[in-house]
Design a binder for this molecule. Sequence first.
Ligand SMILES: Cc1cc2nc3c(=O)[nH]c(=O)nc-3n(C[C@H](O)[C@H](O)[C@H](O)COP(=O)(O)OP(=O)(O)OC[C@H]3O[C@@H](n4cnc5c(N)ncnc54)[C@H](O)[C@@H]3O)c2cc1C
Length: 337
Amino acid sequence: MIIENNKSLIRFNSFGFDVSAEHYTAVENIADLHDAICWTLEHKKPCLILGGGSNIVFTRNVEGLVIHMALKGVDITEQGKTATVRVAAGENWHKLVEKTLSRGLFGLENLALIPGQAGAAPIQNIGAYGIEVCQRLSSVEVYDTQDRCERTLPAAECDFAYRHSLFKTPAGRRYIVTAINLILSTVDAPDVTYRALIDNLAKKNIVTPSARQVFDTVCDIRTQKLPDPAVIGNAGSFFKNPVIKRQLFDTLKTNYPDLPGFPEDTGRIKVPAAWLIDRAGWKGQRSDRVGVHRAQALVLVNHGGGNGQQIAMLADKIQQDILQRYGVHLEREPMLY
Ligand SMILES: Cc1cc2nc3c(=O)[nH]c(=O)nc-3n(C[C@H](O)[C@H](O)[C@H](O)COP(=O)(O)OP(=O)(O)OC[C@H]3O[C@@H](n4cnc5c(N)ncnc54)[C@H](O)[C@@H]3O)c2cc1C
């Protein structure tokens, strides 16, 4: 295990914030991970697990040890119409989507172009275009920092929900994801239920799309819609879509008849956070060196030279404004450090 001191994290976070880690190590196997955890205990230092840094806002330098997950490997076992795919935590998510698709394994195509690593996918249960990763997961392999051993958690025990999992709760923070196990299909029958996906396929005159066509269309939409972090620093959607009571939705609807709403099984209504923020006039607003993207109200950006504190302050202002205007609390999506 190699530990570096005062390591710059500017290339390890998609906002491009210039912070450093007091100590840093990249772990390539479980033995290294075990040693890294023992090192933090021995030196009484906190640790932070870092994947691709695309869902984290650094507001300050990181105390203790940053453990960057660099475990690699994809193992595929086909059994008839399905295949189990074991993916080590440090694999790039989008490359995995491409790889499985070109091997004729289907089910991840809607989740194309999501930045970050496979090991982070279950943390917030990544989702896009009508699919969440929990729908493809059979289990999650973890290193238990409390008992210092490896475990396999069946997906059913991971408490997956919209942008949520056990791993985001105090009880789940003891676990570091070392690999994920997916069940994919060898049958090319993509899920096309998401409105924007249907509309974009229709524009291409595609009625019964293949998984490859869904993948290409998702990539097209995302490239047009979302700012590339390599060009302008960001962490994708900054707020979750709020799920509100029917009564509040009905009241809002009288004042804002064009407010979209999607009923959930619970009877509550999911409302697009982007719509609320856009209608409140935040799109394109700048504050210091950060701001709200000019085309995407849900995406906060670093215009260059900004920092995490500026982003946190801007996010607070937006949350307060949305609460005051609509009585709706917006929950942050990325982790704030
Ligand atoms: C342009 C853009 C578009 C995006 N679009 C989407 C989208 O469509 N849908 C979506 O759901 N998300 C989206 N995101 C958010 C992000 O890509 C995902 O949350 C992704 O899974 C984060 O992966 P990461 O490796 O970068 O995680 P990091 O940012 O490194 O970490 C995120 C959190 O997970 C923890 N963590 C990371 N790896 C592990 C591990 N192995 N074990 C335990 N904890 C770990 C970290 O400590 C941190 O708390 C987008 C982000 C960007 C920048």
